[in-house]
Design a protein around this ligand. Structure first.
Ligand code: DQA
Length: 146
């Protein structure tokens, strides 16, 4: 059976397409879902893409992934920069976990240059718009077959 990959998106990412398009691009959340679904299929994986503006809901989904040993790709959005609760939930996931960003936070405001999640991720992919997710799926595929 194909492995599922949980692809989590944090606050405000439901506004993709119209939210600061000069920074985040014009692709919508449904474009992102389509890209992930197609790329996952090509890699023999199943993409389970979810978005929430609620930290507790994201934490609940990470607990699900921890229990089911499901690989995770997560764009924690603004929670990246300060949510120790989300970091602790990411640390519970034993399967590969990759942090992704559409923009390159390292090249933006100072508060975005800190990720409290990166230290518990297997790696970080940032700055390629929705292509960051394609690259992350490819990385997950390699990590789980290594
Ligand atoms: C983001 C970068 C974060 O700093 C920001 O708060 C987001 C999106 C990105 O994908 O570039 O909401 O995670």
């Amino acid at each position: 059976m194909a492995t599922s990959v949980l692809i989590l998106n944090g606050p405000n990412l439901n506004r993709l397409g119209t939210r600061e398009p000069d920074i985040y691009g014009t692709a919508t959340l449904s474009d992102l879902v389509e890209l992930c679904t197609r790329e996952a299929l090509a890699l023999g994986l199943i993409a389970d893409v979810r978005q929430s503006n609620d930290e507790a809901e994201l934490i609940g989904w990470l607990h699900e992934a921890a229990d089911a040993v499901t690989p995770v790709i997560i764009n924690p959005a603004a929670f990246t920069h300060y949510s120790y609760a989300l970091r602790d939930a990411c640390a519970l996931v034993e399967a590969p976990l990759i942090e992704v960003h559409l923009s390159n936070p390292a090249a933006r405001e100072e508060f975005r240059q800190t990720s409290v999640i990166a230290g518990v991720a297997d790696g970080v992919i940032a700055g390629f718009g929705i292509e960051s997710y394609r690259l992350a799926l490819q990385a997950i595929s390699r990590l789980i077959s290594a």
